[in-house]
Design a protein around this ligand. Structure first.
Ligand code: PEP
Ligand code: MG
Length: 538
């Protein structure tokens, strides 16, 4: 048995087999070749193999997910036959006398950049397809699998690191636990694991080797320990501990249907954070009063290209209808920093957390923003939707956003498309927003304090850097004073203020937050009932 320590993200226990997830970057080298004809033949062959793979995928998808979703595999087959694409590959091979892998790589870059710079949404959406077909060709040529991950039974996923865009690909039912060698407790990967209610360890002291694949292991999320090949005594002890944890969770279910009210009669809005309609069963199971933060960017991350208005509308409508009249706060796209999306083609930056992210992208790429606003407004007639904007730093930004919302409403009105006049709020997650919260409060209907970013920007600590986890002190007096100030300014202007950052679930602070007058706490679904218990306690 081997014992490895890590930092725990979610306090639960998992037992099962390990699956090592390794992402081998395809390193494409430019190599001079002598036999051009042979290289052209290799290209012809690889295209045929790829088309055959796509044909089979198309047939499989037709049976499993229907025609609309299967169509993408047909489109990819057509793209492989595209004359411009294949002429470019062939031209690079013949004129530069280089290997086919390099020619495909260069062609993919050329077309992806060309599509990315186009105004038309549809054409921009093709960037991901170009990358996809090129990846397929390269995977066949380099003998790698194109299937990112397939599991037959739920596993403990062990990886060096996981980006949020990778984490969202996994199905909750396939994963017993996440364990990563890198990673910080405040990253979005950690937040995702918490939202999915899955035990997870980051920053784990373990050397990743292929031999770990298939090994039996136990993740103790209470203590932050990974047991590899556990002995019989440990298995017995952990089984008992798991049973205890499950019993406690069962007892908490008695709180379902009970009010979120303090002993002295104060009502609290206890909401859930989600990233996807797939999280809704957990929200219902844990009886949240509403959704306080729907991180809409995860919809974008799961998609291979910009989700269309229709796709977004369906997702927002599903959430609104499922919540059946309970409030659903949709946060507009917040990408950048660790939340990367290939098809946005964002340039890499020296300081991404201080860079081109969230509302800054929306305000400078209004087409993307307006598509999302249209989808949200259209979905608003199916439930109780509110909208929230991330990373606000000035009142001018808010006024600009409200102007765009009015334009979108006018457009819908003239097209005779129904929408509701929904509440608009902002995230308070920059020190600037805190300091002008009196002014901002006059512009919006509510505040939601994002303590994850607010702590990062106030303490000048990168939330992604696990070496700084010990310095990332969300209980810092500066952060707590800021929360107090925001709530006071909100109340002076007659609006409500909540917390949707991870600190909202910190039960050592619940009483302090309530004493400050915090009106809403929004936490991951599994944290709802423990927090309800805390709110109701003396
Ligand atoms: C926050 O910053 O506290 C927040 C809720 O947003 P995110 O974690 O998605 O950046
Ligand atoms: Mg944030």
């Amino acid at each position: 048995m081997q014992i490895c320590h890590g930092k725990s993200i979610f306090h639960s226990i998992a037992m099962g087999k390990i699956r090592v997830y390794s992402k081998k970057e395809k390193e494409i080298k430019r190599m001079a070749i002598h036999d051009v004809a042979r290289e052209l033949e290799r290209y012809g062959n690889v295209v045929e193999v790829a088309k055959e793979q796509l044909k089979q995928l198309h047939n499989k998808a037709l049976k499993e997910v229907g025609e609309a979703d299967a169509a993408i595999f047909e489109i990819h087959q057509m793209m492989l036959e595209d004359v411009d694409y294949s002429d470019s590959v062939k031209h690079i091979i013949t004129s530069q006398r280089v290997n086919v892998e390099y020619a495909i790589h260069e062609t993919a870059d050329y077309f992806a950049n060309m599509f990315a710079s186009m105004k038309d949404d549809y054409m921009r959406g093709r960037v991901a397809d170009i990358r996809d077909i090129s990846e397929r060709l390269l995977s066949i040529l380099t003998g790698q699998s194109t299937v990112p991950f397939e599991v037959k039974e739920p596993v403990i996923l062990l990886a060096d690191d996981l980006a949020p865009s990778e984490t969202v690909q996994f199905d909750k039912d396939e994963i017993l636990a996440f364990v990563t060698v890198q990673g910080s407790v405040n990253s979005h990967t950690a937040i995702l694991a918490r939202t999915m209610g899955i035990p997870a360890l980051v920053n784990t002291q373990i050397k990743l080797t292929e031999e770990l694949d298939g090994m039996t292991a136990i993740v103790d999320g209470m203590e932050g320990i990974l047991y590899l090949d556990p002995d019989a005594e440990t298995v017995q002890r952990m089984q008992e501990k798991k049973a205890e944890v499950e019993e406690k969770a069962r007892q908490l279910l008695d709180l379902k249907g009970k009010k979120d009210i303090t002993p002295d009669g104060r009502k609290v809005m206890l909401y859930a954070n989600i990233g996807n309609p797939k999280d809704l069963p957990l929200v219902l199971k844990n009886d949240a009063q509403g959704i306080g933060l729907f991180r809409s960017e995860f919809l974008f991350m799961e998609s291979k290209s910009h989700p269309t208005e229709e796709e977004q509308f369906c997702a927002y409508k599903t959430v609104a209808e499922t919540m059946a009249g309970k409030r659903v706060i949709i946060r507009t796209l917040d990408i950048g920093t660790d939340k990367k999306i290939d098809y946005f083609n964002l340039e890499s930056e020296e300081n991404p957390a201080l860079g081109y992210r969230a509302i800054r992208i929306c305000l400078t790429q209004p087409d993307i923003f307006k598509t999302q606003l249209r989808a949200i407004l259209r979905a608003s007639v199916y439930g109780n939707i509110a909208i929230m904007y991330p990373m606000i730093t000035s009142a001018e930004e808010v006024r600009q956003i409200k102007g765009i919302v009015e334009e979108v409403k006018d457009e819908l009105h003239s097209q005779k498309i129904a929408y509701n006049d929904i509440m608009q709020g902002i995230m308070i997650e920059t020190p600037a927003a805190v300091m002008i919260s009196d002014e901002l409060a006059k512009e919006v209907d509510f505040f939601s304090i994002g303590t994850n970013d607010l702590t990062q920007y106030t303490l000048a600590i990168d939330r992604q850097n696990s070496r700084l986890d010990a310095f990332y002190d969300a209980h810092h007096p500066a952060v707590l004073k800021m929360i107090r100030m925001v709530v006071e300014n909100a109340h002076k202007a007659g609006i409500w203020a909540g917390i949707c950052g991870e600190l909202a679930a910190d039960m050592t602070l619940t009483k302090e937050f309530l004493a400050m007058g915090v009106d809403e706490l929004s936490v991951s679904p599994e944290q709802i009932l423990p927090l309800r218990k805390r709110i109701r306690e003396e």
